[in-house]
Design a protein around this ligand. Structure first.
Ligand code: AGP
Length: 608
């Protein structure tokens, strides 16, 4: 999964492309390159490594002059990250220059066809096939060529092309990978995501699947795959550049952790009115809610952990059966989805390939689809029947934090809405839950003040080889998230277990000194979890207990205790996740890891 940019105007393209790529580096950062149309045609500079390495190479080899260009930052899928496989790629005898985000699934058969026609390939990428195929169809009409390419390839793409004999245009297209067009004054922009153009414009076109954009410095024309002109509404971006910058924090992750009170407030307050949950974006009637058969929740990674928590809350309040699936499994297991079933899809980016495919699978089986998404107008958002946006703003750090919290709160809102529609909770209880939820931002603020304590705690455990997390019910769902946060940014081996499961095998891994994070905030399960704490303690584990502030029964069995404010059990995950995020952050920092861009990961996984 990569990031692409494009610029056409009167200004020097190179610095604008580089700047835009920096804003997209969270999407992939193993190699990068730009191509600029100058006085003597298209010139390319590309390299293995980060944008900074590309800047260094441009410094040494001389800037690329010209006012039209395209650029790319890569997350390798086909071909190792190196100078050859870096984008842009040339097509034909070099008259085509192309960047691409996505995967061409039928690239091998296309490559064979093109080689039989004399095309010579220099890289291992699927993208070079796209460049040569464009050249193959190009007879002077770039639109026709792009349309033919789109009809020939299978897979996902956001692609932008420079053509040697078309110095005054960039042509681009998308399918399954995001692409926006930034509207300027006598200049125009292309990018995989809005932060790349926000410094220059707030007005964008959000391309849909199978759409083509033809950019000139003073015009933008949009077409469908059959070259019928398309008219789109301008999407005006309301959030600011600053939001996309670090705001004085050392890392985006730390800034985004600190933004959670605002994120939760922004996500809840539009949907809680006078002690009632009102989700305007949800088009289901009370009658339809009453008749829901099964709620299928599908997602990946941390979003799946939200799904695990959502099941406990929806089944507890609304008594509607829930199935929670990893999207990558759901899409291929031919799930049993009945007409009255609904499918809740959770995704920060709204572009995760497995989750998108799971959404389409559920739709194809007749389920009504509701997505909980952070990126406005992303593909999952646009393809689901209803979309409930989490108001987290741009989330840059690969490890999700604020979007996770926002998703969790939308899940609570849905559970309460369902329970109320089914007459399973009354106005009073709904009001109580709403009041408690509106207190969450303030309580999270309080938890953020534990920063120094958690920093000290991380210092104590920073050299751990293994860390286990245990919990029951909602605490198990949050243990999964705590463990993933630690794994993905500190590279420490970590597992999360349903506390009652330990004695069925895993407890054999516990030896003297093994850190075990015991999340025990569910008052109705505390006794049971305490039993499991004693089990690991007896094997010499170092127990870090995360409990409600009124509970001290674990103290004698714990080496360290983190206390969080107490509210209704079903809302506790919104509090317990905060110290786990901060602990993971300081563990990663203490081990010198790249907190915002962990190795081998990317913010949005648009390949399966
Ligand atoms: C979480 O910190 C990771 N970035 C990852 O597990 C993520 O949750 C997963 O890839 C799903 O992404 P999405 O929410 O954008 O669909």
């Amino acid at each position: 999964m990569c990031g692409i940019v494009g610029y056409i105007g009167d200004n020097s393209a190179s610095p604008i492309l580089i700047d835009g790529l920096k804003k997209l580096e969270y999407r992939g950062y193993d190699s990068a390159g730009i191509a600029v149309y100058g006085d003597d045609g298209v010139k390319i500079c590309k390299t293995k490594g980060r944008i900074a390495d590309l800047e260094g190479k441009l410094e040494n080899e001389g800037k690329l002059e010209g006012c039209v260009g395209i650029g790319h930052t890569r997350w390798a899928t086909h071909g190792a990250p190196d100078d050859i496989n870096a984008h842009p790629h040339k097509g034909g005898n070099g008259r085509i220059t192309l960047v691409h985000n996505g995967i061409i699934e039928n690239y091998i058969e296309l490559k064979i066809m093109l080689e039989q026609k004399g095309y010579v390939f220099v890289s291992q990428t699927d993208t070079e096939v796209l460049a040569h195929l464009f050249d193959f169809f190009y007879d002077g009409d770039s639109l026709k060529a792009m349309s033919k390419v789109m009809k020939m390839v299978r897979g996902s793409y956001a692609t932008a092309v420079l053509i040697e004999d078309k110095p005054d245009e960039i042509i681009a297209a998308r399918k399954d990978s995001p692409l926006i067009v930034g509207i300027g004054d006598n200049e125009n922009f292309l990018a995989s995501d809005i932060p790349a153009v926000l410094k220059y414009t707030r007005d964008c076109y959000l391309l849909d699947d199978n759409q083509i954009a033809l950019l000139k410095k003073d015009s933008i024309k949009l077409y469908d795959i059959d070259l019928n002109e398309v008219h789109k509404d301008v999407y005006h971006v309301t959030w600011d550049v600053e939001a996309a910058e670090k705001g004085g924090y050392d890392h985006f992750m730390k800034k985004e952790i600190a933004e959670q009170p605002k994120t939760v407030r922004d996500t809840l307050s539009p949907r809680i009115k006078d002690g009632k949950v009102v989700i305007d974006e949800l088009s289901l009637t009370d009658e339809q809610i009453k008749n829901i058969g099964t709620v299928h929740i599908v997602a990946c990674g941390s979003a799946w952990h939200v799904g695990m928590a959502a099941r406990y809350v929806i089944e507890k309040l609304a008594k509607t059966p829930c199935e929670v699936d990893l999207a990558s499994e759901f899409r291929y297991r031919n799930p049993i989805v009945r007409p009255n079933d609904i499918c809740i899809v959770i995704s920060q980016s709204g572009e995760t390939a497995d989750t998108l495919a799971a959404l389409r699978e559920a739709k194809s089986k007749g389920a009504r689809t509701i997505s909980i998404v952070n990126v406005v107008a992303s593909t999952i958002a646009r393809e689901s029947d209803d979309v409930i946006y989490t108001m987290a703003g741009p989330e840059i750090a690969v490890a999700t934090t604020k979007a996770f919290s926002a998703q969790l709160n939308v899940a609570y809102l849905l559970a309460i809405r369902f329970a109320k529609a089914k007459g399973l909770i009354g106005e009073n209880y709904e009001k109580t839950l709403c009041e408690e939820m509106l207190e969450l931002p303030e309580l999270i603020e309080k938890l953020l003040e534990m920063d120094d304590d958690l920093k000290a705690l991380a210092k104590k455990y920073v050299n751990s080889e293994h860390v286990f997390f245990i919990g029951r019910g909602l605490d198990y769902a949050i243990s999964l998230e705590g463990s993933l946060k630690l794994k993905e940014i500190s590279y420490i081996h970590s597992e999360a277990y349903a506390a009652g499961e330990l004695k069925h095998g895993t407890i054999s891994l516990i030896e003297p000194g093994t850190p075990v994070f015991a999340v025990a905030t569910q008052s109705d399960l505390l006794e049971k979890t305490l039993g499991n704490i004693k089990e690991v303690k007896a094997r010499g584990a170092k127990v870090i207990a995360l409990v409600g502030e009124k509970h001290s029964s674990v103290d004698e069995f714990a080496d360290d205790v983190i206390r969080v404010p107490e509210i209704s059990n079903i809302l506790m995950p919104s509090l317990t996740v905060i110290p786990l995020q901060i602990f993971a952050y300081y563990m990663a920092l203490g081990r010198g890891c790249d907190v915002d861009k962990p190795r081998n990961l990317a913010k949005s996984v648009t390949v399966e």
